[in-house]
Design a protein around this ligand. Structure first.
Ligand code: CDP
Ligand code: MG
Length: 759
């Protein structure tokens, strides 16, 4: 049931999109989305009862503005945190009661696993305890987070608790952003940042202790760190490691480090009543909105937390909730309690993200509409109601198709329990599961699949290779990735010229790993040096490292599309990005210019910052900047040299097929190449994503002979090979199964004994 429903998508989301298109009076609403969504809808006072005949709450939680309903005595739940000082709040956390025992265990052991409910104070308090105990005398304290948002928001919170400026004693580092300084002693960072630090400093000398936080999330980088830190622990007797997890599977972590102690922080959670849906719910977005309205109208005080899968659903839900609140207000003479509707997802600007931690004004109820981000990495106090749709969106690599698929999956039972737990932090709460008990028992997996099992490992392979780990199949993974994934990633690196025929790092690969970029992007940069257009390529790579800079507010699609089209370079989305950046530069990097042209100011600033950081790395490698001026054909050729593995050929209007595996891949409607009457025979693309169909993201037209010249392992102009295409270029291999090809390459160039040991 759950799998079927997830594939259908929400009718409410589609309906709201349509409505927003039609309803021009709402134009400003989305323009001001940030501030407006934070606004409180409703009127001053709360009431006991509202008029009969206006609202009805159905058995399954459906709200209807017709029958009888009650407003309970609301609200002011957030009072209990408001009045407390920061130090009182700190002492109130469950972890505080075991502070001394904890420090004792840590001092007696090199590695400790700490288990504690989300919100018990692990992330914000442990670092401070260690600091107070003196662990920063011979090094600093590092704490890793799988999510950037968490690293930033927690560092901010801890700097407040310690009454120091963020970036001073307490700082954070995420990719392309370093908010630490010479006096930083507590450093929060993403697991990816620490992983890259091991390249420069394999023993992590500057740290006296590392906290691997949120280990239960099993992010790719955390999993690789496990293997690497195990070695550091063995080499450095003065180094300590703490692994924290919010779930009870501590044994696995403990066993991995040879049976280290597991410390449980006593929970102080309240009972959470679980309510299941009686039947599978067809449209979980609609159901979530109804449930939230029901709670707001008829439920006791307490804030609401809704789990959805992504930005689109979250925006639609916020919109629907605000609409229904307005409906309610206008359909009754009675005062309606206020509802503060707050979205949170990773792409939301940081200042808006911070709003979820603010207290709602007296009498108002907060309703936080979140992605999985609120499952464990962020703790929000005052939640008494959780509405769990039962789904999560994940990017999963499909090695057969060679593409990432962004898909909605049912969550695991462990996640469902985590989500429910969010309701029991401040008092007994309720969790509404918008799926059946049967689905929970029989359709959900016990725990989430670790990311390492289902993602592209290109970066990891490159990194481990440069850490001189020869045999990847022997690396100490807690749960080894499928061999297919490793082989596939090695194959890709071989294609890019990062690895040689026996799987050793080539010079190009050694340079590629210096950049915090995906392998193909790093190669693109380095090819820019070779083909003498580094300046241009550097800009393109930076632009590809930020979310789309094109701003497309709801209700102003036509206007913003027209603005975007003015930047189009007809043969290339990559060049379109270059064009945008260069025009912005020509206009003195002005913010108002961005606004006038429907461009995201913040995104462009970020791209500029990334550009300067990449430039610094190029300088350390003594690679000089070269310019190609107005000859942008050479830029396209450079793109081709790093992306020939993502080549596609024309099949029909707007329809392409991947040259190697014949998988269909379509131009996205936002592409510069779409619908302009110019459809080149061959293109390369940045990535392919499977959503409703297989779309190519960021496409550039290429000459067929470039493919033959730059990707000789795939393409040739001659006639000595199997598959003939209509347009004069041939493929060397009819590749359906990359692993087969990998083996065939190996047969030609490597002996089977090396095959066994190296691959
Ligand atoms: O890591 P764990 O889930 O055990 O808890 P935590 O993140 O250290 O949170 C402890 C407390 O700090 C909670 O009550 C949070 O509400 C609060 N906190 C906050 O107010 N602002 C943040 N940015 C992070 C945490
Ligand atoms: Mg935490």
């Amino acid at each position: 049931d759950m799998a079927l429903i997830s594939r259908k998508g929400s009718a409410l989301v589609r309906e709201i999109h349509e409505k927003q298109k039609r309803d021009k009076s709402r134009q400003r609403f989305w323009e001001l989305a940030g501030s407006k969504l934070g606004d409180i809808l409703g009127v001053e006072k709360s009431v006991d009862e509202i008029d009969a005949d206006t609202v009805v709450v159905g058995e399954d939680g459906a709200v209807d503005f017709k029958g009888k309903a009650r407003f309970s005595q609301h609200l002011a739940v957030s009072d209990f945190t408001k009045s407390k000082t920061i130090s009182q709040q700190r002492q109130n956390l469950p972890i505080f009661s075991v502070r001394d025992e904890l420090l004792q265990v840590v001092s007696e052991n090199q590695v400790v696993v700490i288990i504690g409910e989300t919100g018990s104070g692990k992330t914000t308090q442990l670092t401070q305890y260690l600091y107070e105990y003196g662990y920063t005398v011979n090094g600093i304290i590092g704490c890793t987070q799988p999510r950037r948002v968490a690293a930033m928001s927690v560092a901010k919170r801890v700097s407040e608790e310690m009454e120091t400026e963020l970036g001073d004693k307490v700082g954070y580092a995420i990719r392309f952003e370093d908010a630490t300084g010479p006096s930083t002693v507590i450093k929060y960072m993403t697991d990816g940042v620490l992983l890259r630090e091991t390249l420069k400093d394999p023993d992590l000398e500057k740290y006296s202790i590392i906290l691997m936080d949120e280990a239960h999330e099993r992010s790719l980088d955390t999993d690789v760190l496990f293997g690497i830190l195990k070695k550091v622990v063995a080499r450095r007797r003065d180094f300590k490691l703490i692994v924290t997890s919010a779930t009870l599977n501590g044994e696995k972590f403990s066993n991995f480090f040879g049976g280290v102690p597991i410390f449980h922080i006593p929970g102080r959670t309240f009972r959470v009543q679980i309510c299941y849906s009686k039947t599978p719910c067809e449209d979980y977005v609609e159901a979530a909105v109804k449930q939230a309205m029901t709670i707001h109208i008829a439920g006791a005080p307490g804030d609401i937390l809704i789990f959805l899968t992504g930005q689109d659903e979250i925006e639609a839900t916020c919109y629907a909730l605000s609409e229904r609140m307005e409906q309610l207000i206008s359909s009754t003479k009675q005062p309606v309690p206020k509802l503060l509707i707050l979205p949170i997802y990773s792409q939301l600007p940081a200042d808006l993200q911070a709003k979820i931690f603010q207290n709602a004004e007296d009498g108002a109820r907060k309703c936080i509409v979140a992605t999985n981000i609120a499952e464990t990495s962020l703790t929000i106090d005052g939640i008494f109601y959780v509405i769990d749709t039962g789904y999560v969106k994940m990017k999963v690599y499909n090695p057969r198709m060679g593409m990432d698929a962004l898909q909605v999956f049912p969550i695991s039972r462990a996640s469902a329990d985590q989500r429910a737990g969010r309701a029991g932090r401040t008092g007994p709460g309720t969790c509404y599961r918008l799926y059946t008990e049967n689905a929970y028992e029989n359709e959900m997996l016990q725990s989430p699949v670790p990311e390492i099992q289902q993602t592209n490992l290109g970066n990891v392979v490159l990194l481990l290779k440069s850490l001189k780990i020869q045999n990847l199949l022997d690396f100490d993974f807690m749960d080894p990735p499928p061999q297919d994934n490793i082989l596939n990633s090695m194959y890709q690196l071989w294609l890019l010229g990062a690895l040689n025929d026996v799987g050793d790092l080539m010079d190009l690969g050694r340079k590629m790993v210096k950049f915090p970029l995906d392998p193909a992007l790093a190669k693109l940069l380095l090819m820019g040096e070779k083909l003498e257009c580094l300046n241009e390529v550097l800009t393109i790579v930076s632009m590809l490292s930020v979310p789309s800079v094109f701003f497309r507010p709801k209700d102003r699609e036509a206007e913003s599309d027209a603005a975007r089209e003015k930047f189009f370079v007809p043969e290339s989305d990559h060049l379109t990005l270059l064009n945008v950046y260069q025009q912005w530069k020509a206009n003195e990097y002005r913010g108002d210019w961005c606004n006038d042209h429907f461009l995201q100011v913040k995104g462009l600033y970020k791209a500029r910052e990334i550009r300067s950081q990449l430039l610094d790395i190029l300088k350390t490698l003594k690679i000089p900047l070269t310019y190609c001026g107005s000859d942008w054909d050479v830029v396209r050729k450079t793109i081709c040299s790093a992306y020939f593995h993502n080549a596609a050929m024309l099949k029909g209007i707007g329809e392409y097929v991947n040259c190697r595996n014949r998988m269909p891949c379509n131009l996205h409607p936002t592409s510069a190449l779409y619908g302009l009457g110019y459809t080149p025979d061959y293109v390369v693309y940045h990535e392919a994503i499977l959503t409703t169909k297989e779309y190519m993201q960021c496409v550039t037209a290429v000459e067929p002979h470039w493919l033959a010249e730059l990707g000789p392992m795939f393409f040739s102009m001659g006639a000595n090979v199997d598959v003939h295409t209509e347009r004069g270029i041939e493929e060397r291999h009819g590749i359906d199964d990359k692993v087969d090809v990998l083996k065939s390459i190996l047969k030609i160039s490597v002996s089977s004994s090396i095959l066994a040991t190296t691959w």
